[in-house]
Design a protein around this ligand. Structure first.
Ligand SMILES: [Zn+2]
Length: 315
């Protein structure tokens, strides 16, 4: 079995400026690691999302702000979130990758797909770009699965170290979508308390700074994975951030590649039980290049069902 990966050179061209943690080198490092270490990958060019696909979750005003500014130099949409002249194309390709991946797994062309894209998406709300995110890539994919494929139960699993406030805000009143994940608290963006349950479709597990692999696995085993299993998702979407790695400079979890592999293996088993194995995973955060490579490789191998030992970062 091969892993399908969607990416596009426009996603590297999205320029955030000197010293910005969400930098083009991140995606370069991910692609290099996957090319070097996983020759079985089936690479696909990410298509553009259409305006109609974006409008399922985003406002016309946000589309105009991101796509129609005509900017010839970089500007900030918020203190952290940069729009460069290259960004509209990157944002369209990043959102379009999830659409194409959902179509591919729903057509049973492949069971699993990974979207190696930037900008990331999970902080973007329906109406606002924020936290390095322009469009909410995973939310656009989920809405496509509901509308185009008629699914009733789509799960979005978010293991980025930050809470996916945008994804939550978009789906908090949508019972066909479960949003479930852990994150460091307190930390940006400050949302994701346990009592944020939406219409019973949100499962938030805040964990303290310093959380290591053992506590992380226990939390997922006891609180999150049983809820996901009980939801019986027909499709698993993953907001795959690797900033919970111990090397990451923006947060203080202590995970390693083995932890990402373990969690992905658990998700693989749940997808096999309920969703004919269908998983579409999308890159979110991860700001240390070596940790990002180690995390993505561990995740990608486990998406294929391979047992993974920790510490397989390329030297
Ligand atoms: Zn993050």
């Amino acid at each position: 079995m091969s892993l399908r990966v969607y990416t596009h050179s426009a996603c590297i061209a999205h320029a955030t400026g000197e010293g910005h943690p969400e930098r083009p080198e991140r995606l370069g490092a991910v692609i290099q690691a996957l090319r070097d270490q996983m020759p079985e990958i089936d690479w696909h060019e990410a298509p553009r999302a259409t305006r109609g696909q974006l409008l399922r979750v985003h406002s016309e005003a946000l589309l105009r702000a991101v796509l129609d500014s005509g900017a010839t130099e970089s500007m900030r949409l918020d203190p952290d979130t940069v729009l460069s002249p290259e960004s509209p194309e990157a944002a369209l390709r990043a959102a379009g990758s999830g659409i194409a991946a959902v179509d591919a797994v729903m057509a049973a062309e492949v069971p699993v797909a990974f979207c190696a894209v930037r900008p990331p998406g999970h902080h973007a709300t329906g109406g606002e770009a924020m936290g390095f995110c322009l469009f909410n890539n995973v939310a656009v994919a989920a809405a496509h699965a509901l509308e185009r494929h008629g699914l009733d139960r789509v799960a979005i699993v978010d293991f980025d170290v930050h809470h996916g406030n945008g994804t939550q805000a978009i789906f908090e009143a949508e019972p066909r979508v479960m949003y479930l994940g852990s994150h460091q608290a307190p930390l940006f963006p400050g949302t994701g308390a346990r009592d944020e349950r939406g219409v019973g479709n949100l499962v938030n597990l805040p964990l303290p700074a310093g959380t290591g692999g053992r506590a992380f696995r226990e939390a997922w085993s006891e609180r999150l994975l049983p809820e996901l299993d009980a939801f019986q998702p027909q499709l698993l979407l993953v907001s795959a951030g690797f900033d919970a790695h111990w090397r990451d400079p923006l947060a203080q979890f202590q995970l390693d590649g083995g932890d990402f592999a373990w969690l992905t293996g658990e998700l693989h088993a749940i997808a096999a039980r309920h969703a004919a194995g269908r998983i579409v995973s999308t890159l979110e955060g991860g700001y240390d290049l070596r940790a990002l490579q180690e995390g993505v490789l561990a995740h990608a191998r486990a998406l294929l069902g391979a047992p993974v030992s920790p510490g397989q970062a390329p030297e």
